[in-house]
Design a protein around this ligand. Structure first.
Ligand SMILES: [Zn+2]
Ligand SMILES: [Zn+2]
Length: 363
């Protein structure tokens, strides 16, 4: 009796599987599934992330130049008051912003920390997608002196593409005047102490550039966002740097780059021993101009930030063992919360509350 019941169950499952397989090969079923999937995709909308009820931060690129399968390179989206500000546009980061269905026509500006390729490589794509979504004016790109050259180069490289699209889809839909980027150089004042410059201040959102130390590369800036009593800092690339700590005081969140020096030194050694002297040379050179996770923890403590977030992970730790090695010693130093970000990590700072919430962008 039992055996026959089992046989019936097995045959039932087999027929169900065959039925599904048949359905999946039936054009009518395929079309219905396609329409359903398209409707679901189109209905997706993360517009609420831009609400004026909170300052929100999404990591749109959590890795540094060394490749990682599931991470774009440096990118942080800061959202509030109906706008999204993009700090750095690392390669593949626009793909994340689009997958999340963020309203890119509402880009308030791009803020470049410096001009290394892992921070600017997707600028052309970001501008193009924002324009295609309906941005009404050229996209402002802020950065230190040199930003004019970067922006002019991307504008030139994408000029033909914009001609095609305007001609194809009409100037009414895609006006060429709105399709370009405008460079907005941010000049630091002379003098000692933390060198800072206000990038914009509309009475609710204030963005301040902070000079950092990424020598021999410069200028290099961090950016601080203050919105209705909540605040966050993105460090960009820097060493542990006292003026940055000073200018970050009291921020709710510090999103800090992080390079594990021991892991990079190990890569230097292994590549040297394996007959790859060029890579080994570079692994040696980069150790001096980044901040380590424990150094970032000390900076966050002194600045009094509530949550320290690691991004621009060098090398990106993509399994549990590597994550443990990467963050070794952080708990011993850090007096407060910290988080190792992934692409899609979301940090929300509700207005009128001391809370710092950790989540994930819906995709
Ligand atoms: Zn970098
Ligand atoms: Zn850099």
């Amino acid at each position: 009796m039992r055996i026959s019941k089992a046989i019936v169950t097995v045959f039932g499952a087999l027929f169900a599987a065959l039925g599904l397989s048949f359905a999946a090969h039936n054009p009518k079923v395929q079309d219905a599934l396609l329409t359903k999937a398209a409707r679901t995709q189109v209905a997706r909308n993360n517009k609420a992330l831009l609400g004026d009820d909170a300052l929100r931060v999404a990591i749109c690129g959590s890795s540094a130049p060394l490749p990682s399968p599931d991470r774009a390179k440096a990118c942080v989206a800061v959202m509030a008051g109906g706008k999204v500000y993009i700090v750095d546009s690392g390669p593949e980061s626009t793909k994340n912003l689009m997958r999340w269905s963020l309203p890119l026509d509402q880009v308030g500006g791009v803020l470049l920390t410096h001009f290394h390729s892992d921070h600017i490589g997707d600028l052309g794509e970001l501008n193009l997608q924002s324009w295609v979504q309906g941005r009404a004016a050229p996209m402002p790109v802020y950065g230190g002196p040199g930003v004019e050259q970067v922006v002019a180069g991307f504008n030139t490289a994408y000029a033909q593409d914009e001609v095609y699209r305007t001609a194809h889809h009409t100037a009414q839909l895609l006006p060429s005047a709105a399709g370009t980027m405008i460079a907005r150089p941010v000049i630091m004042p002379e003098g000692a102490g933390p060198r800072t410059a206000v990038v914009m201040d509309d009475g609710r959102m204030k963005i301040t550039a902070i000079e950092t130390n990424h020598a021999p590369v410069g200028p290099a800036y961090a950016y601080r966002f203050d919105y209705r009593g909540r605040s966050m800092v993105v460090t960009g690339d820097t060493t542990a740097w006292a003026p940055l700590v000073e200018a970050s005081r009291g921020a709710d969140v510090m999103v800090s780059e992080a390079m594990n020096r021991e892991m990079v030194a190990n890569l230097q050694k292994v590549t040297g021993e394996s007959g790859r002297p060029r890579v080994s040379h570079i692994m040696h050179d980069i150790q001096s101009y980044h901040v380590s996770p424990t150094e970032a923890a000390a900076m966050a403590n002194t600045a009094g930030v509530k949550l320290l977030v690691f991004y621009h992970l060098l090398p990106a730790p993509d399994n549990a063992v590597l994550r443990a090695v990467f963050t070794r010693g952080v708990d011993d130093v850090r007096k407060g919360r910290w988080d190792l970000s992934r692409d899609g990590s979301l940090y929300s700072l509700p207005v009128g509350s001391p809370d710092v919430l950790i989540g994930k962008v819906a995709d």
